[in-house]
Design a protein around this ligand. Sequence first.
Ligand SMILES: [Zn+2]
Length: 77
Amino acid sequence: MFSLAYKDGFVLYLLFTLGALVAVMAYYAWQARTREWRTSEEKLYRCPECNLTFIIGREQRRASCPRCGRRCGNRGG
Ligand SMILES: [Zn+2]
């Protein structure tokens, strides 16, 4: 009687361990899928005055060159 309960407990323990392993594997697969490479959303500008290349944020419409101060933007000038 005791050995039968012991076997049931072992089977339950084995199933729980396998379930936990599957859950961890599914979590890692989901994490690897959500952490793919993404294209940067920043903009790269090259100053026509001093030829300096610099990065501005995507929400930024206009920017001035950090070296010479010339205004650069979507509509020029
Ligand atoms: Zn410049």
